[in-house]
Design a protein around this ligand. Structure first.
Ligand SMILES: C[S@@+](CC[C@H](N)C(=O)[O-])C[C@H]1O[C@@H](n2cnc3c(N)ncnc32)[C@H](O)[C@@H]1O
Length: 235
């Protein structure tokens, strides 16, 4: 990895604790794009989202764990009025997403962070700032002793709610029934959130959604995804 020390210190995580893979193979071409774009669209760790150089009044929507960036590109293309903050701890994923966003001609409406979503939400996003949060197929951590590594936890749910404006949404997807129910049970019990679904708590798939890598994998293996949709109610 030939990213300069300054870029690594400001834009990549090397010492923060988070579960799952962070580093991996980045091609020379991807690295060149990271060197070009991170100083423009990366959110440096000491800066707030409101200082990211984009319209602060626009609706800001976050995608957590964007993987290779396909869904983030879809959001940027289908919502030109939104400003997006994509958060992904896996550097090769960040590199792929930067390339896809550039190729789609939408990268300048997006800000990118490789820091853990817990840090970005707590330190860089202000209360009530977000219009929405998407989380697609978070890591399942199936073993019981690893459940504490799952992204959706009671405190994290409360943190997300605090960063949403009134009427803001949280939308989640998972192809793992056990994880989908875990997320539903935590979010249903989180003060301030209303589940927009019927009896079982899950909403139908939105037809305009693009198919992400993990949704397709689940389908191939006989696990159609389940979807959750919450709104932050007025206080
Ligand atoms: C199973 S993948 C899903 C990728 C993509 N959303 C999809 O549906 O294809 C989960 C992603 O979440 C990322 N992730 C895990 N913990 C995270 C955290 N604390 N902050 C940001 N991203 C995280 C992982 O690196 C991984 O790329």
């Amino acid at each position: 990895m030939r990213l300069s020390k300054t870029i690594r210190q400001q834009y990549t995580q090397h010492e923060m604790r988070s579960y799952g893979r962070k580093n991996g193979f980045v091609t020379a071409g991807q690295e060149a794009r990271l060197r070009r774009w991170l100083p423009i669209v990366g959110l440096p760790r000491e800066r707030k989202l409101s200082e990211a150089g984009l319209d602060i009044q626009a609706p800001w929507v976050m995608e957590i764990g964007f993987g290779n960036g396909d869904f983030l590109v879809h959001l940027a293309k289908s919502h030109p009025d939104w400003r997006l903050i994509g958060v992904e701890v896996y550097l090769p994923g960040v590199a792929k997403a930067v390339a896809r966003l550039e190729d789609a001609g939408v990268i300048e409406r997006v800000r990118i962070s490789q820091l853990p979503a817990q840090f970005v939400l707590a330190e860089q996003v202000e209360p009530g700032q977000l219009a929405g949060i998407y989380i697609n197929h978070p890591d399942p951590w199936p073993k019981k002793r690893h459940h504490k590594r799952r992204l959706i936890q009671k405190d994290f749910a409360a943190l997300m709610v605090s960063r949403l404006r009134e009427g803001g949404f949280i939308k989640l997807a998972s192809d793992k029934p056990d994880l989908a129910e875990w997320m539903r049970d935590i979010l249903d019990a989180t003060p301030g959130l209303v589940n927009m679904a019927g009896a079982d708590g899950f909403v139908p798939r939105e037809p305009e959604r693009p198919w992400t890598k993990f949704e397709l994998r689940g389908l191939r293996e006989g696990r159609p995804s389940q979807f959750l949709h919450y709104i932050k109610r007025a206080a």
